[in-house]
Design a protein around this ligand. Sequence first.
Ligand SMILES: Nc1nc2c(ncn2[C@@H]2O[C@H](COP(=O)(O)OP(=O)(O)OP(=O)(O)O)[C@@H](O)[C@H]2O)c(=O)[nH]1
Ligand SMILES: [K+]
Ligand SMILES: [Mg+2]
Length: 428
Amino acid sequence: MDTIFALASAQGKAGVAVIRLSGPLAHPAAAALSGAALPSRGMRVRSLYGKDGSRLDDGVVLTFQAPASFTGEDVAELQIHGSTAAVNAVMRCLADMDGLRLADPGEFTRRALENGKMDLTQVEGLADLIDAETEAQRKQAQIILAGELGNLAERWRRDLIRAASLLEAVIDFADEEVPTDVTPEVRQLITDVIADLHREAEGVRIAERIRTGFEVAIVGLPNAGKSTLLNALAGREAAITSEYAGTTRDVIEVRMDLEGLPVTLLDTAGLRETDDHVESLGIERAKKRAEAADLRVFLTDDPKELGVQLLEGDIQVLPKSDLRNSSDEGISGKTGQGVDRLISNISRVLGNRTTTHGIATRERHRIALITARDALSAAIAVLESGPDLYDIAAEELRTAIRALEALVGRIGVEDLLDEIFSSFCLGK
Ligand SMILES: Nc1nc2c(ncn2[C@@H]2O[C@H](COP(=O)(O)OP(=O)(O)OP(=O)(O)O)[C@@H](O)[C@H]2O)c(=O)[nH]1
Ligand SMILES: [K+]
Ligand SMILES: [Mg+2]
């Protein structure tokens, strides 16, 4: 096994940079750099030296002993000054050592997976945590990273293995008297797992939104003030505004952290009949994106004049409140009036939806869950037909068990790994 190394902290200037080494030569390499032996686990303040004996930098050297490390291998971490030149000097020195090479993206985590330090869902949770920008994303990622989906899958798997072995027992003793009828227990075990799988699969859509962000479209007539509102929400001039009706054509996206929820705001072309070819293309886009969005904010006095229907949860606000008599109604992107209220309305609507989801977060999870669920439903149907078909029911159970094993990466992971790790940054 190669010993790998990489910059574990971000590129660029910083107070401290962390270079991580993992593998059989991690400790000897760190010792060679620091000019003296290191404890098998511990922390030392050391100067680091190049091959020619010149001092490269001072730092802290941490050693972790296999299997008690992130990767499960011997690991060393060099905490040095976060200077591009110092990092480069130390990295060059490591690259020159026999048996050491630069890690591929995600390779530390891949080793952790291979050494059983985490399952596949936890690897995904780690990737999500590193990508997390909002509170909701952080919390969701940490639940998965803690292994809760893996624990659930393990519990389902145990129940299904028990159900399968009860069936096998009946099959094996087909010609003899079976002491008790096992089907009620088998059916109970299976239906309980089906209910759990169903609930988790249903929750993925929302969890996926927390991961990737909710889309909120601003919709209205031309000149309603949509782009001005977008800019007020974004706190910057993301979209062109002007007194000309039909200014916005392309959909303009602004990513925001809305009270902890990741939201992509969409500014769209004003809806109207038009002979302008380009504008009508923009209006087509506006309609499509607004329809697909998780939530629509209608900036209008009357949704009917837009020819659209308000769906449950959609928000209607009266435009240009600064030009109206009653001051507490409506919104003004120009003065900022009502903008905070709109933000809390959006996050309340989206927040209400996020309370229902479970632990599974990805389309990959959903596919594994429904594959298992459908196999179990088939097993239940077959069970009704009596003992002759128990072997078919048992086969359906094994299909479900395999799907759960794939979920946590116990089987069939190789083809998935490259895809998952391609999203990892170097040094992770
Ligand atoms: N008084 C007032 N004027 C506004 C407000 N919002 C926008 N305006 C003005 O109304 C005009 C249109 O604003 P935009 O933000 O470009 O409107 P829009 O809905 O994006 O227009 P299109 O992209 O053409 O559909 C501009 O002259 C803005 O300065 C507001 O809240 N109050
Ligand atoms: K305009
Ligand atoms: Mg506009």
